[in-house]
Design a protein around this ligand. Structure first.
Ligand SMILES: Nc1nc2c(c(=O)[nH]1)N[C@H]1C(S)=C(S)[C@@H](COP(=O)(O)OP(=O)(O)OC[C@H]3O[C@@H](n4cnc5c(N)ncnc54)[C@H](O)[C@@H]3O)O[C@H]1N2
Ligand code: MOO
Length: 417
């Protein structure tokens, strides 16, 4: 048996990043661009607002261009009403006023719009107490967005607000990096797919509920890619290879879980190692066995089956590669420098993936983190709101030492564990 390839975490991350590579760019309808990254600059082809309009419900007054001071008690003759609806309105002559609604076009000749709560009306005459600054309550054409303004640069994320602004400007399509299509294959003859909701049927001895597919589906979606296919297959090589071909036909990237260890039935390893996928050992725990390559031309990343190892591997290798390929810059989640609240044994030479709980600190002080590990299983997520990849030469870290944690699922709260 030949010695497996050994790689550092950084080396394997580089292999996976290179494998997944940048996605193509595509011009897509605005409604299909949610969460994508722009591949070109978006420029306004018109201005916003398109025309001068009223910011309040009130009265548009024509004062002949004069600034109305506080001590003047101005009176105007009311000659009509303008609603927020299409229409053209003649120039308003000095001394006249129009009832006007929020958003309605302000005709030429109007010096200001006075909110109705500052106006006394008596039939077709209105009186204004107090001064009126020029252009009061008038939203000028182009004041928000001038024609030709840059709305977003390449690399911006299509958020709800940005989509709304594009729509307001009549921009109906945007050029974005395509979202990667991901397939997830779970391997293991012991796996049973739980029916939606509670698992009703009895598991036979030796069977377990498959949980990696749903976990990885969440993880893939959370980093902006799309899961297009999931399947669970036994440890039979023929079934597995059939499933790989089906998955590869649908996806840009196939993620497998399980079957890359050192046992007698490691189907992923035995089936793929001579078909373009390199299996290796990485200095990370959990998540030592890894693999990556191309099967029938499609990018494949093979993760260990141990659920916490699969999660660590996704975070270390797949998430960064998927995000970079889709044009995102950075992780998209906050990291914090936090103070350990206990001592911790490390493993120099090995990168340890540890879930933890980081607590809010009074403003100006360093947050505190609890990285107490409770076994090697997924139960580590209980009470966790962050994780770290601990990589240090020191065999032990003491309470008060600083570590960098990635915060997940909202702001830090009180220490829950
Ligand atoms: N002799 C040695 N044996 C093992 C070593 C070693 O160094 N020497 N390393 C261990 C480590 S570390 C890992 S990680 C595993 C990797 O093995 P596999 O990738 O082949 O994973 P499986 O054997 O298929 O599964 C491991 C474990 O996880 C459960 N599992 C698998 N898939 C799922 C799923 N979809 N949902 C939930 N749980 C799943 C599976 O039942 C096993 O309990 O190798 C060690 N062995
Ligand atoms: O390296 Mo394994 O992946 O510790 O669970």
């Amino acid at each position: 048996m030949s010695a497996p390839i050994a790689r550092s975490v950084a080396e394997h991350a580089a292999v996976v990043a290179e494998l997944i590579g940048p996605t193509v760019t595509a011009t897509v309808p605005l409604c299909g661009s949610r969460g994508s990254v722009t591949a070109s600059t978006i420029v306004a082809g018109t201005r916003l607002p398109r025309f001068d309009n009223s910011a309040v419900d009130g009265f548009a007054v024509a004062a002949g261009g004069r600034r109305l001071t506080v001590d003047e008690r101005q009176e105007f003759e009311l000659v009509g009403q303008i609603n927020a609806e299409p229409g053209e309105y003649p120039r308003l002559v000095a001394g006249l006023a129009l009832r006007i609604m929020t958003g309605a076009p302000v005709p030429d000749g109007v010096d200001a719009v006075v909110a109705q709560e500052h106006v006394t009306r008596d039939g077709d005459r209105i009186r204004i107490a107090g001064g009126i600054a020029p252009s009061l309550n008038i939203r000028a054409a182009g004041e928000e967005v001038p024609d030709g303004a840059v709305i977003a640069r390449r690399g911006a994320v299509m958020t709800a607000g940005l989509a709304g602004l594009c729509a307001a400007l009549g921009i109906n399509t945007v050029e974005v990096y395509a979202k990667l299509r991901v397939a997830i294959l779970s391997t293991g003859s012991e796996l049973v797919e739980g029916s939606a909701g509670s698992p009703r049927h009895e598991l036979r001895p030796g069977e377990i509920l498959a949980s990696n597919a749903i976990m990885l589906t969440h993880a893939v979606a959370e980093c902006g890619a799309t899961v297009v296919h999931t399947a669970t297959v036994s440890d039979d090589p023929e079934d597995f290879l059939d499933a790989m071909t089906r998955a590869g036909a649908l996806a840009d990237v196939v993620i497998t879980s399980g079957g890359i260890g050192f046992g007698d039935h490691d189907v992923v390893k035995s089936s793929l190692r001579d078909r373009g996928v390199d299996l290796c050992i990485v200095n990370m725990r959990p998540g030592r066995p890894q693999g990556a390559g191309r099967f029938e031309g499609v990018a494949v990343v093979t993760l260990p089956g141990n659920p916490l190892a699969a999660l660590a591997s996704f975070e270390a290798f797949i998430r960064p590669a998927l995000r970079t390929a889709m044009g995102f810059s950075g992780d998209g989640r906050p990291t914090l420098r936090a103070q350990l609240n206990h001592t911790i044994d490390t493993r120099p030479g090995t990168v340890r993936f540890i879930l933890g709980a980081v607590a809010n600190a009074p403003s100006g002080s360093v947050p505190v983190v609890d990285l107490t590990t409770t076994g090697r299983g997924l139960s580590a997520v209980i009470g966790a709101n962050c994780f770290t990849f601990l990589d240090t030469d020191r065999p032990r870290l003491a309470a008060g030492d600083l570590v960098t944690v990635t915060v997940e699922g909202g702001a830090p709260g009180d220490l829950a564990r």
